[in-house]
Design a protein around this ligand. Sequence first.
Ligand code: NAD
Length: 482
Amino acid sequence: MVSRIIPVERFDLIIFGGTGDLARRKILPGLFKRFADGQVPDGSRIIGAARSEMDRGEFRQFAKDAVISAQGDAVEPTVLESFLEALDYVTIDALGEIGWSELSEKLQGDSVRAFYFSVGPSLFDDLAVRLQKHKLVEPDTRIVVEKPFGHDLETAKALNKVLSAYFDESQIYRIDHYLGKETVQNLMAVRFGNMLFEPLWNSQYIDHVQITVAEEVGVGGRGGYYDKSGAMRDMVQNHLMQLLCLTAMEPPAKFDPDAVRDEKLKVIRALDPVEPHHVVRGQYSETDDEKGFRDDVENAKSWTESFVALRCQVGNWRWSGTPFYLRTGKRLQARDSEIVVVFKDTPHSIFGAEAGGARNELRIQLQPDEGITLKVTIKEPGPGGMRLMDVPLDMSFAETLGDHADTPDAYERLIMDVIRGNQTLFMRDDEVEAAWAWTDPIIQGWEAVHDVPKPYDSYSQGPTDAMLLMQRDGREWREIGA
Ligand code: NAD
């Protein structure tokens, strides 16, 4: 079989915030998996750089624990030991001079160089200044930045301005890990690699699109951050917006960074303003066993939303008359993320209404399992006349693809894209700003009228009003967790 591993050049990846939660849960385990697959070239180095006082041995132990906790028994001890050999650590202060000369000495001149800013955005400016001051940035150096990318349009612009003062846009990789998910890329493969769907991919044949990102967990230990953010800023402005863009965009001429991002940007710019009565916000209530949202964020008067559902319209020829419904929330019935494209009824039923049958649906599932299902209508087997039933044409990756189904975590894919220098799956400055420009008026509208989020039962489908949002249009949400 032909190897699926695409080689990358030798690299030095410096993780600012290398001892943080994201490094522990995602970045280090992701890098280990790429290493175990043979994709990390000999001589590459992964350098943790954080304020925590640690030596190389302690950082290796931290990484070892992180990999074992993420991958459990599947880890081959000798492979893990070789991986750890590639790890190094520098105690560094983004706000001072500690550690910078030491970091400079560790970097190799002939390797791809990438700095991962896995720290709060308030440190980006200081990191950028010190990277430049210590002459650690070369024309080909890349930086990776994490969400949140701004709190609103103004702060996003300020952040872009800071970064653009020190780096060229071609060096900046803004991560939205949803774009690294295998199924999300498969959405593009399904749309643009087949003849089947694209001719139908418009308002003539598609009734509506539903995009859901439902989480079962509450805000957990992130209450302080979340109370200042909310579902609209934390999820809709970035993740759901990206899913909407990939579903609605025109075919790019090429699968290359600017061609894809240009098309996504056109979608965001084509979005109509959202009518206030087309948005529902909610907050989860307590259960006998667990705290409600206001207890979780320790703010009895919080009016931040843990749920939002909205109806939006891409105002262009392709989508005129086909609404997109977006919904996301915490403490819902199940962890369940999907894009559902609901086709229109056949123009005329030759079998009569009593024969049954429903609309075709293309369902792209992102979580908990990744897969694509097309719901089609067939004849119900057996005697008894022509009765119709719906069956799924299933492409569950695990079943269909066998060994190939070991889908990499989004971070694995995205970090390797950084090393390859491929920005296709990263957000560009103008995209981020356009998304905020669309989101801000919705949030300002709530603030202006002191909109209070609707309570909803924990582990439910969300507030009743979210159901009504669809029902008023004669439609229904797919059941979360069904
Ligand atoms: P964290 O608080 O767990 O870790 C912060 C890291 O930054 C630590 O390694 C700390 O030592 C380092 N640090 C703090 N101040 C420093 C300084 N002055 N100089 C040098 N290092 C310093 O944070 P996290 O959860 O790992 O998040 C990192 C970034 O990633 C944040 O921007 C966060 O919003 C984003 N993010 C995190 C997650 C997640 O699941 N944790 C998900 C998406 C985005």
